[in-house]
Design a binder for this molecule. Structure first.
Ligand code: PMT
Length: 387
């Protein structure tokens, strides 16, 4: 049992033990080797040119309930932060390795892939049955298309998908380790919404969890066990009291905590890269405290705090030895301008205008991160020169 070994292990070895155990118990995604080969070529190409490279993680991770997965737990993230940030990092000259949830938003195509911005709405039938952009959309589309083509043609953008929490962690570990040759020019920007709980494989049902007792004779015990409905519910079971109708069951799910691998990332996987994590909360009263706690616990370089309800309007930078710095998009409501773009406490969500901000907050976040990254590279290189 892992817990028996843990009680006898010095705390400094616990992170390594958790890593060995997790990666042995949770199988890698089937495309890992292919992704590693693509990532290695991409990283080596830019490393040889002395370029800066950012690994962006983006979108939510799923928590499968069955090995042959029919059902899974998911979270809200659409990958907007990651996909938007990727465009601004490219603009700042970074090569971008975009590790994203499959089918979440992607840089450039994000402008045309959302349900409210279906790409077909931007097209019309041209002469001779051709398809062309509508006149009013053509200029913006051309602008986006040129930037996309430029990133692709210059090999500046690599897209690697993941789905589940274990896919994500396997991919993150492998890619982070490949980034070592970049030294301090490697930047890890962890914007994915990572699951905190999961069903360990040894307690996961192989097949689709049954919702009735029709297959009970074949049932094996699993973490995601089902139990019969209560007597009261039975009255309405399938809206039919006939004994011939299989009885419905409720589902009880027992989740384990996902090990926190940020420490392993900082100390082992990518010890020289600059590591930026995001901290998401819904309660403004605890955001900065939790961001500082994360920084203190993992000893990395920057935590960007954001609140679910205001994440497109403001974020807070928390980094060692610096004052907390709020970055806010300028806005106007009822004819009143917002306070200065850099404020020192969370904005009141009621003071925000309806709809989306006019300015993408990533256009302010990325230059600020770039600035800190430049200082980080300088400090590491100075140390090396002095050593
Ligand atoms: O995609 P959008 O809709 O635009 O939303 C963007 C966002 C809100 C998801 C993004 O800005 C953000 O905050 N991402 C981080 C969300 C998150 O996972 O927060 P957390 O507090 O649960 O985790 C904090 C950090 O710990 C993260 O860097 C995460 O990578 C890391 N972590 C989390 C869980 C885990 N088991 N191990 C980890 O290392």
């Amino acid at each position: 049992m892992l817990s028996d070994i843990q009680s006898e292990t010095p705390p400094e070895n616990l992170a390594a033990l958790a890593e060995t155990h997790y990666f042995a118990a949770n199988p890698p995604p089937k495309d890992l080797e292919k992704h590693v080969a693509l990532a290695r070529d991409f990283i080596d190409y830019h490393s040889a040119k002395g370029k800066r490279l950012v690994l962006i993680t983006s979108g939510g991770t799923t928590v499968p309930l069955e090995k042959q997965t029919v059902r899974f737990i998911d979270n809200f993230s659409a990958g907007t932060r990651g996909a938007t940030s990727a465009e601004y990092f490219l603009e700042a000259g970074y090569a971008v390795l975009f590790l994203h949830r499959q089918f979440s938003l992607l840089p450039f195509s994000r402008h045309y892939s959302h349900a409210t911005d279906c790409f077909l709405d931007f097209l019309r039938e041209g002469p001779d049955g051709s398809v062309v952009a509508r006149d009013e959309d053509a200029a913006k589309m051309l602008h986006v298309l040129r930037k996309y083509r430029d990133a692709r043609d210059r090999n500046m953008l690599l897209l690697l998908p993941f789905v589940s929490i274990s896919d994500y962690l396997h991919e993150l570990r492998s890619v982070a380790q490949l980034m070592r040759p970049l030294g301090p020019r490697g930047l890890l920007y962890l914007a994915a919404a990572v699951s905190d709980f999961f069903v360990p494989p040894d307690r996961m049902s192989e097949h689709k969890i049954q919702s009735t007792d029709a297959a009970d004779a074949l049932k094996k015990s699993t973490a995601t066990s089902t139990r019969p409905t209560t007597d009261e519910e039975e009255t309405f079971d399938n809206f039919d009291s006939s004994p011939a109708v299989p009885r419905s069951k409720s589902l009880v799910i027992d989740l384990d905590p996902v090990p926190k691998f940020l420490k392993n990332l900082v100390e082992g996987w990518s010890p020289q890269g600059m590591i930026v994590s995001f901290k998401l909360e819904t309660n403004p009263a605890i955001l900065v405290h939790k961001a500082k706690y994360s920084l203190d616990r993992y000893q990395h370089h920057l935590v960007i705090g954001n609140l679910l309800s205001t994440r497109k309007w403001e974020v807070v930078f928390v980094s060692p030895g610096s004052q907390d710095r709020w970055i806010r998009v300028p806005f106007r409501k009822d004819g009143v301008e917002s306070s200065a773009p850099v404020a020192d406490e969370p904005v009141d969500p009621n003071s925000l205008p309806d709809g989306e901000p006019e300015v993408e907050i990533e256009s302010l976040i990325i230059p600020a991160v770039q600035d800190l990254h430049s200082k980080y590279i300088w400090t590491v290189e100075e140390k090396e020169r002095g050593a």
